[in-house]
Write a protein that binds this ligand. Structure first.
Ligand code: FES
Length: 101
């Protein structure tokens, strides 16, 4: 099943965008030209990374307690979180970014 998340033109390189789909909240960003879609909530204490996170040289940094995650895989790199972020499959078609489940 595919669901439209947003327009590709709304996702600037290096910026994290919050996208809500029903009750679910995702963070969408473009890193080195590729779109990545994750559950928005940090696996430490659930800060919303679309609001409290930033991208820094290939890492997603949660500014709540400084956990760092690999931007491409969601694996924890440092800080208090030990669990990877939940990553979703996505597709880009035309100017649309789709969530694929
Ligand atoms: S909630 Fe993200 S590091 Fe604590």
């Amino acid at each position: 099943m595919r669901s439209v998340l947003c327009d590709l033109s709304q996702v600037a390189e290096g910026e994290i965008r919050e996208v809500r789909l029903g009750e679910r909240v995702f963070m969408v960003f473009r890193y080195q030209g590729h779109i990545h879609v994750y559950d928005a909530f940090c696996t430490h204490r659930r800060c919303n990374l679309a609001r409290m996170g930033k991208l820094d040289e290939g890492k997603i940094v949660c500014t709540c307690h400084d956990s760092e995650f690999d931007a491409e895989t969601g694996k924890p790199l440092s800080g208090p979180s030990r669990k990877p972020l939940t990553k979703y499959r996505s597709q880009v078609e035309g100017d649309k970014v789709f969530l694929v489940e």
